[in-house]
Design a binder for this molecule. Sequence first.
Ligand code: NAP
Length: 273
Amino acid sequence: MRIRVKAAGVSPTDAKIRGGYVQAVFRLPPDAVLGFEAAGVVDAIGPSVSGVNVGDNVASLLAGLGGYAEYVLASSWTPKPANVSWSDAAALPVAAEAALGILKQLRVVRGETLLVLGAAGSVGMIATQLAASWGVTVIGAAAPRDQDLVRSLGAVSVTYGDGLADRVRQVVASVDAVADTAGKGGLADAIMLAGGPARVMTLADARAADLGVAFSVGTPDRAPEALDQTMALLATGNLRIRRERQLPMEQAAEAHRLLENGDIHEKLVLDAH
Ligand SMILES: NC(=O)c1ccc[n+]([C@@H]2O[C@H](COP(=O)([O-])OP(=O)(O)OC[C@H]3O[C@@H](n4cnc5c(N)ncnc54)[C@H](OP(=O)(O)O)[C@@H]3O)[C@@H](O)[C@H]2O)c1
């Protein structure tokens, strides 16, 4: 189906693709259009598509990219409830899929203790809330400014950075699993706290293999149910997502500059209104 885009999410991964840092996974032609996630109005439907109509409001995780555009082709979708804004709907797909995906791969279950590195980020906030809702004890590592936020998500908060293992040990002697949703160091501490790398997983740390840690890559079967599940939670007020900064679609380059400066602590969304 084709979607007339109302809003497109910008993920840190987009900047890595554009910069050519992940060519082993994303080798794109020079005229490729970035954008893994969009929300908009269904504009045309292919002959074998059912369950959706022209004019429906949807959000989509775009396997073929192309979200930073007026129109994009999508092969999966989730209806956008009326009380979810276009920008929230566009901000959800990538983070939701990665968050649920890494929790499933770690096989985290009720009663266990999980350390989330990057608990105040787009992926980390969702992973924290989902795990907490399953009855998992979550310890969330985040910046000093985000400690209250992480606690409000149902986690015990600790400050990220040097000395992380000691700060976590003031809360618990060890953890069962670690979801690294930040990729900014911390894996060595994570391995110590989890008693080995077997249940430590990262979405973003390129040094993972050297440390024996599994790198979780988005695949169609990692968590295809994630967007449906989290959209419902968002619509009922049972999920918080990262604060957003909206830019007009024309300012996609500026969005990438902000991401690459590392000076942005919000989810960037391109607005096509
Ligand atoms: N492999 C996959 O399938 C996949 C899928 C989605 C995303 N990703 C990757 O996952 C990463 C996170 O994505 P996102 O959208 O959640 O990004 P995000 O919203 O920018 O969140 C990143 C979070 O990590 C925090 N952080 C920074 N330094 C840290 C440290 N030393 N220890 C712990 N946390 C730290 C950031 O805090 P501050 O705000 O204080 O900097 C921020 O809260 C990106 O690298 C992205 O490319 C991978």
